[in-house]
Design a protein around this ligand. Structure first.
Ligand code: ADP
Ligand code: MG
Length: 498
């Protein structure tokens, strides 16, 4: 999996990457206050006295935030710490009225776990790699400064102040931009399955601090830089690409890499220095005296475990084993939780309409969804989430194909009409006269005419040009406007051509 190298003047360099992902926990209210967390609200409309750090206010931990962090830890097979504790990380910034962030340094709620990534969609099993997760801790987000509202003043929006984040810290296990991209996509998928974070990178619900260093293969790790708050998978990959090349240039021209915090500029695709890296002791971490340690009991833990859904890898394996789907199709259908949900509804409906067990009609449903509906939605510039037709209506269409009422090619037409009109498949087939015919008399008549019109080709066919059979099938289907049952056409043609 690891053949990514930077070619320098002194030879090949290997890139080492570790990601610290901040994921906003999906909850109604903040980590230590009852203020709302909805994105895009009027500035400073979601700020409680606790968030604004008014004197005498006391934080109260939000049980749901703890629960979501624990469920997330369980989803990546991590050690769950029954004892954890909140610490104050002290620093001054205008978007942080408390003067400290409440975080977990010494006793995080989740310990080591792992995430399995794959670089190849078509053969997921052929190229898996396990990326270690060092820890997940829970902490508060800060507010936001706005510098472009006024020529000489900056404003502060405290809506995000106190919003609950999970910080998910990976081991330095990734070795290429592609591996980092795969890790982020997989992590995002797991978070969305679990429901602990919406994974919306544009809205900042998920962002990554990107740690990068370079070394000659086999040598010890080099000094790393950390590029902060990168907010898309593409930008993370670009950050690594740029930063690794920059480091190689610096080292090869006789310089040294200093451990520092950098910023990514999406416009130029480059990173620049922001400040030299602080060490933990600069923050004067100490246990927050306003908060008791978090102690989890077995009942809480088993509720967390029981509430976990089937996760993407397990689902993919089940689709392969139970439904016989290719690993590519199973991967496509399970990558996003919404796609899997849609597929399962479609499957249920299609199975019901055809009176068959789901396993028997799953391949048909998977193929249709991936090769027909995705394409059609794409053409309309929309996606499954905003699909104008429901899984129920699609199930009816599949049943019409399954029982031979319409052919596959007519089904494409019906799908287009459904998307256009919103009418049900059955209604459309009836109204437009699209039923497939097995009327041998009508088909035989058409075949006779085609063979008469193409006497030369008939002679060639009989002389051994077997491939011409397809031509006759095509002509017959065309003359029947696609409505002839292909199997019947085949049989009758074979008979007619002797
Ligand atoms: P800190 O003590 O500054 O928090 P950590 O050792 O906890 O640093 O690592 C922070 C992040 O940096 C982790 O994601 C880790 O995988 C990554 N990291 C650590 N060392 C390196 C390195 N030499 N190159 C790239 N990433 C690294
Ligand atoms: Mg650390």
């Amino acid at each position: 999996m690891n053949d990514y190298r930077i070619q320098g003047a002194t030879g090949d360099w290997e890139v080492v990457i570790g990601l610290e992902v901040h994921a906003q926990i999906t909850t109604q209210s903040k980590l230590f206050s009852g203020a709302a967390t909805e994105f895009g609200a009027e500035p400073n409309s979601q700020v409680s006295l606790v968030d604004a750090a008014m004197p005498g206010m006391l934080p109260v931990p939000n049980r749901e935030c703890i629960r979501q962090a624990v469920r997330t830890g369980m989803a990546i097979d991590a050690q769950i710490n029954k004892y954890s504790r909140f610490d104050r990380k002290n620093y001054f910034y205008a978007d942080l009225p408390q003067g400290y962030q409440i975080s977990q340094l010494y006793h995080p709620i989740v310990g080591t776990g792992s995430i399995e990534i794959s670089l190849d969609d078509k053969e997921p099993e052929a190229s898996t790699k396990t990326i270690g997760v060092e820890r997940i801790h829970v902490e508060q987000d800060a507010g936001k400064l706005m510098h472009d509202q006024h020529p000489t003043m900056s404003y502060v929006d405290l809506n995000r102040c106190g919003v609950a984040l999970m910080e998910i810290v990976s081991d330095p296990d990734m070795r290429s931009p592609a591996e980092a991209g795969a890790y982020l996509r997989k992590l995002r998928s797991v978070l969305r399955y679990v429901g602990s974070c919406d994974g919306n990178m544009e809205e900042g619900s998920m962002r990554a601090d990107v740690n990068v260093s370079v070394r000659k293969p086999g040598e010890p790790f080099g000094t790393r830089t950390e590029t902060k708050n990168v907010n898309s998978v593409r930008f993370v990959m670009a950050t690594i690409e740029h930063e690794a090349n920059r480091q190689v240039d610096v080292i090869e021209s006789g310089g040294t890499i200093v451990q520092e915090t950098r910023l990514f500029d999406p416009g130029s695709g480059t990173t620049r220095s922001m400040r030299s890296k602080e060490d933990a002791h600069d923050y004067r971490y100490f246990p927050d005296p306003d908060l008791l340690p978090v102690e989890l009991d077995d009942e809480f833990l088993s509720e967390c475990r029981d509430s976990l859904p089937e996760l993407p890898d397990a689902k993919r394996h089940r689709y392969e084993n139970e439904f016989g789907l290719s690993s590519y199709n199973a991967g496509v259908l399970t990558a996003e939780v919404e796609t899997a949900r849609w597929f399962e509804l479609l499957l249920m409906e299609s199975a019901r309409a055809q009176g068959e067990p789901p396993a028997k009609v799953a391949k048909q449903a998977a193929n249709w969804l991936i090769s027909e509906l995705f394409g059609a939605l794409n053409k309309l510039g929309t996606d499954l989430e905003n699909s104008p037709i429901s899984p129920e209506k699609s199930g009816e269409l599949l049943a019409l194909i399954g029982d031979g009422t319409i052919s596959g090619s007519i089904a494409k037409q019906v799908l287009e009409l459904m998307l256009e009109t919103g009418d049900a498949a059955g209604v459309l087939v009836e109204r437009e006269g699209l039923k497939q015919t097995s009327d041998t008399g009508a088909i035989e008549e058409v075949i006779a005419k085609i063979l008469a019109d193409n006497a030369d080709k008939v002679a060639d066919y009989k002389g051994g040009k077997d491939k011409l059979f397809g031509f006759f099938v095509g002509q017959t289907m065309k003359a029947m406007q696609g409505k002839a049952n292909p199997q019947v056409v085949n049989e009758l043609l074979k008979k007619a051509l002797g």
